[in-house]
Write a protein that binds this ligand. Structure first.
Ligand code: BGC
Length: 438
C-alpha cells in the first residue's frame, strides 16, 4: 500500500490551534444569537432552573431517557453530600418502542416505572424528575416541546408535542397516581446538577457519549429572548451544542456521513464528536483506503459494508489494545489475523478520528466558557459524563491538552470532572430544587 492517502487523512483530521480558536470564537457569537432568539446553530434552550445550592434533601424518583437503555431510579438527597441511589433499574427499549408510535413509547416507560415502584414498595407521594435527552424547548421547568428526534429515535406523534403531557397521560392510564412529574430536564443539565450538589464551582455540564451536548449557567440578563416568570439571577441553558455548525473542519467524509445519516443536515458537531458517529467515520476512511490504496487486499471487509457494524469499542482495542486483544478482535471482526500494516493503519485512523473529536469538543467547551456566569472567579468545574470521555483510551487527556492549548495559563483554573450517572441523579436533584422553591 502507498501511504499518500493515509498521510492526507491524518493531516486533514488534525485540528491546528488556529482552527480551534476560530471554532471557539464562533461558539461565543452563536451563543449570543441563540440567547437573543436570532438565527443560530445553537438552540440555547432555557432550563428554568439555576445550579443546585447543595442544601437539597429528600427522596425523589427519576426517569432517564436518552438512548436505547432507559433507567428508573430512586435517589436520596442528603444536603451537600453525595446523593444516594436507593434503587435503580435499567430496561432496554425495543425497536418498536423507539420507532413505533409515541403512545407505545410513553406507555412502555409508564409500565416500567409502575413495575419499579411496585417491586420496591415505594408507595408514598413523590415529585419525579424526568431527564429527556433530546432537543426539547422547555416552556417552564415541568413542560417542554420536542423539536426533533436525534440518535435514531423516531417515534411518531411526538415532535412538536408536549412531552410531560404525553407521559402524564400514560402514567394516569396505567393508574400510577402517586408520582407527579415536577421537572423535565436534559442530561447535560442533570450532569451539571449532580456535580453542583457537592461542588459550587460547577457551571457547565457536558455529555460526550453516544450523543454530544453542553449546558451552561448564564446570567438571566444575557437571555434576550425572555425568561417568562422565572425570577432567578442565573439560569442554566441547554445549548444543544451537537447542532453547532460554524467554523467546523468539514471533510468529504463528514459530508458523506451526513448524507447517509437519518438526520441529514442536522447535528454537524455531534457527527464529528460523539461515540455514535466516530466508528462510522473510521469506517468511511478505511473503505476509502481499501478502494484507493489496496488496504485489506483491495476488498472491503464485510464489517465495513454496513454503516453500523463497526463499533466504538473496536476502535478502543484497535488503537491501544494489547497484542493479544488485537489478535482476538481481529479474528472476530475480520475473520483473520491482521497483518502488521493493517493493524497500524487501523490504529492511526481510529486515533485521528478520536483526536479530532476531542479537539473540536475542547474548542466548543472553551467557547461556551466565555459566556458563563461563574460562581467563583478562581475555579470552574466542567462536569462531564458519557462513555467516550469515561472509557475511550486517552480521550480525556487529549481533551484537557486541547483546553490548555486554547486557554494557556488560564486553563489551570478549569477542571474537567467525570460525573457518572448525572442524567439520572441530576433529574432527582432538579425535582428537589423545584420542590424546595415551591
Ligand atoms: C441530544 C441532546 C443530548 C445529547 C447527549 C443529543 O443527540 O440532542 O439533547 O443532550 O444527545 O445525550
Amino acid at each position: 500500500m502507498k501511504n499518500m492517502l493515509l498521510e492526507k487523512i491524518i493531516k486533514e483530521f488534525d485540528v491546528p490551534v488556529k482552527r480551534m480558536r476560530q471554532i471557539k470564537k464562533a461558539v461565543g457569537s452563536e451563543m449570543d444569537a441563540g440567547l437573543a432568539g436570532r438565527k443560530s446553530s445553537l438552540a440555547m434552550f432555557q432550563a428554568y432552573c439555576d445550579a443546585a445550592s447543595g442544601r437539597e434533601k429528600g427522596f425523589y424518583p427519576a426517569l432517564d431517557l436518552g438512548g436505547t437503555n432507559f433507567r428508573v431510579m430512586m435517589v436520596r438527597l442528603q444536603g451537600g453530600k453525595k446523593p444516594k441511589v436507593l434503587a435503580e433499574a435499567k430496561y432496554r427499549l425495543t425497536g418498536e418502542q423507539i420507532s413505533g408510535t409515541g403512545d407505545v413509547l410513553f406507555n412502555a416507560i409508564a409500565g416500567y416505572l409502575g413495575k419499579f415502584m411496585k417491586e420496591n414498595k415505594f408507595n408514598s407521594e413523590y415529585g419525579l424528575g424526568y431527564t429527556f435527552s433530546f432537543p426539547v424547548k422547555l416552556l417552564g421547568i415541568d413542560e417542554g416541546i420536542l423539536m426533533k428526534w436525534t440518535k435514531d429515535f423516531s417515534a411518531t406523534g411526538v415532535v412538536g408535542k408536549k412531552i410531560v403531557e404525553l407521559q402524564r397521560h400514560a402514567l394516569t392510564s396505567q393508574g400510577l397516581n402517586n408520582v407527579k412529574i415536577v421537572a423535565l430536564a436534559n442530561d447535560t443539565v442533570g450532569t451539571l446538577q449532580t456535580q453542583a450538589v457537592e461542588d459550587p464551582n460547577c457551571i457547565m455540564g457536558v455529555i460526550l457519549g453516544t450523543g454530544f451536548n453542553i449546558c451552561v449557567r448564564v446570567s438571566s440578563r444575557r437571555i434576550k429572548k425572555g425568561v417568562g416568570d422565572y425570577s432567578g439571577k442565573c439560569m442554566i441553558i441547554n445549548m444543544e451544542a451537537g447542532g453547532f455548525a460554524k467554523a467546523l473542519p468539514f471533510t468529504g467524509y463528514d459530508r458523506q456521513l451526513d448524507r447517509e445519516s437519518g438526520n441529514k443536515g442536522h447535528q454537524f458537531a455531534e457527527k464529528m464528536i460523539s461515540g455514535k458517529y466516530l466508528p462510522q467515520l473510521a469506517r468511511l476512511l478505511i473503505v476509502d483506503l481499501v478502494k484507493k490504496e489496496g488496504l485489506f487486499g483491495g476488498r472491503v471487509p464485510p464489517v465495513f459494508l454496513n454503516k453500523d457494524t463497526f463499533q466504538a469499542w473496536y476502535m478502543d482495542v484497535f488503537e491501544t489494545g494489547t497484542e493479544k486483544e488485537i489478535t482476538k478482535l481481529g479474528r472476530k471482526v475480520f475473520g483473520k489475523v491482521l497483518t502488521t500494516e493493517e493493524r497500524i493503519v487501523l490504529a492511526l485512523v481510529c486515533h485521528a478520528v478520536a483526536r479530532r473529536s476531542a479537539r473540536i469538543a475542547a474548542s466548543i467547551i472553551t467557547g461556551a466558557l466565555t459566556r458563563v456566569e461563574r460562581r467563583s472567579a478562581r475555579k470552574v468545574t466542567v462536569a462531564i459524563d458519557g462513555s467516550l470521555f469515561e472509557k475511550y483510551p486517552g480521550y480525556s487527556r487529549m481533551l484537557n491538552e486541547a483546553i490548555r492549548e486554547l486557554e494557556g495559563s488560564a486553563g489551570k483554573s478549569i477542571s474537567t470532572k467525570l460525573t457518572k450517572d448525572g442524567s439520572g441523579i441530576g433529574a432527582a436533584v432538579i425535582a428537589a430544587v423545584v420542590s424546595a422553591n415551591r
